[in-house]
Structures are given as C-alpha cells and as structure tokens.
Design a binder for this molecule. Sequence first.
Ligand code: 5AD
Ligand code: FES
Length: 343
Amino acid sequence: MDINSLSHKELTEVITSGAYDRELAAEADRVRRKYYGTDVYLRGLIEICNVCKNNCLYCGIRRDNAGLDRYRLTPENILACCEQGYGLGLRTFVLQGGEDPYYTDEMICGIVSEIKSHWPDCAVTLSLGEKERESYAAYRDAGADRYLLRHETANDEHYARLHPAEMSPIHRKNCLFTLKELGYQVGSGFMVGSPWQTAENLAEDLEFLRELKPDMIGIGPFVPHKDTPFRDFAGGTLELTLRMVSILRLMFPTALIPSTTALGTIHPQGREMGLKAGANVVMPNLSPVGVRKLYELYDNKICTGEEAAECLVCLRRRIKSAGYEAVVSRGDVYGYSSSSGNF
Ligand code: 5AD
Ligand code: FES
C-alpha cells in the first residue's frame, strides 16, 4: 500500500480500520531500517518546571489544577541533570516545561549556552511552548538546536474544544513555521484519541504535518488525568496509536519518531511495540526523581517512582529486546549536515 498516493477518504479508511495493521507495521519497520538501520536515538528529558500559565483541558499541570505542588528547577539543577546524563551516554538534552514566565529569555539563553559550552558535542532541544519570534531567535542564537511543540490537533473546531478560548490554533501553528525559519530542527505532533477526535481529524493532522515537514513527530495516546475536566473521557487506544506511528513512518520516512512515555503508560510493552511499528527515538527521564511525580500530565505516568532512577538501563534493555540498538550520538535527522548548522 502506498500511503502517499491515497485520497483523503482512503486515508481515513486506513485510520479507521484495523485490517491493514500488520502490513502497515511491517512496511514501516522496513522503511525505518532503510534509513536508520536498527538505531534508536536517546534523548535525556529534563522536566524543568510544572508551572504553567495555560489551562489546556486535558493536561494535569494546567493552571487550574490547584491541588498540585508546583516546582521549578534552578539552572544549577538542570546542569546537574545534564552532567549525569552525559556520563550515562546521552548526547541530546530536552528541556521541557510548562509555559512559565518565571524563566526569562535571558535565563533560558544562559542555561542553553552553559550546556553547549560544557558539552559541545550535545544537542539541546527546547520544549517550552509558544513564544514570540524574538524569544525563539534568542534561544537559537544561544545554541538551541531543536524545538518540540505539538500542534495537538490541526482542526480548529477540535482545538477549541480541547483548549480555553484564549489559546489560538493559528498562533500555535505559526510558531512552528517561525521555528523552521529560524533554522531549528522542529518537532510537532498530536494526541491520539483525545476527546471528540475523529478519523477525519487525524487525517487532517497528517495533512498539516505534510505541509509543515517536521524533522520530529511525537504522538501518544490521550490519557485522562483525574484532576482535569477530561477525567471521565476514555483514553486513546494502543492499537490506534501504533497504527498512527506506522502511518507516520511511511509518510515521513526519515522523521525522528519517539516511542513515547504515554505509550509505555497504557501498556507495559507499549514502547517496544512503538519501536516495532516504526518509531526510532526514546526519551529516558533525567529529571530529579523527587519531582517526577509532580510532572504528571496524565494519570499513572511511568518512571515516577523508585524504579525511575534506572530509566536509562531499563530503556536500553527494552530497545534490545525489541531487536534494535541504542546508539550514543546526537541522532540528528537523516541527511542533516552539521556544517549547515550553527555550531
Ligand atoms: N494525555 C496524553 N498526553 C498529554 N499531553 C498533555 N496532557 C496529556 C494527556 N492527558 C501531551 C501534549 C503535550 C505533551 C507534552 O504532552 O500533547 O504537547
Ligand atoms: Fe523509566 Fe523504565 S524507562 S523505569
């Protein structure tokens, strides 16, 4: 089946039906091996704060969740996480957090440039939400290589049902194009099975991504969080999420696609299955163990308890068991040339 020549209607049919799943996964794995062999890239995830000015209806760290203790890592805390991660063989650090004005552009630039000067062989990825062009430009000048910002859903009406009125889907999409213009490797993505999502919506997500041409695509199942307005909605399924991973691999043969923590949360072998369905990135959690429980975007998130100190060991073992190889490198997108970057 050639995904890229399907009509919108046929694509929607593939998304809805489970009939092609085996074929899709086998073909996705073949395509991934063609470009990336068995390589799986590791990204050390540092959850820098759970303070957020936004109020997305699905998210556990939304502003209105009053029952949550809020934390902010200091620049020193963040650098200590990188130091530890570097020692463990990680060469990409992802700084992710809520949209928190406490971290000024100056602070973020300071943290990024410190990381880059201590570990020039590492890539820095930011995932700090919607900002002005000037801010993104400053982070880039400070050395940031990549930026992750999921579009969440490409359909404006659907977006409006998942977010408060003050959030704009157009602004969010514009941020992504701005980031590309500034020379970032850009990641976007969406949740699978979010409330009211239709197969049509998912097809629109794929079409939006075709337009954006991202380097990275992160998707995971929607998982309800007990302290959000969406607590009683059903979560996204393993089957549909894996199907979407395979479709993404076939549409974007060279994209970096993580097998996400959310996938590992809804099934004990979810991340291994994600890799076999076409994903080629995993993101071990490097956040201090003491704050991990506070960065719960959804219920039952894995890697927040005692076992969490061992994420990297655990993930390496899982990657191997799925038939792939964790590699120590920056893991840039296929065809990326360092001489065209700013380092
Ligand atoms: N279930 C699954 N994913 C979620 N995210 C936020 N809340 C949830 C949830 N309840 C995802 C969003 C966001 C990413 C960091 O986490 O897609 O972009
Ligand atoms: Fe965190 Fe397995 S990846 S404990």
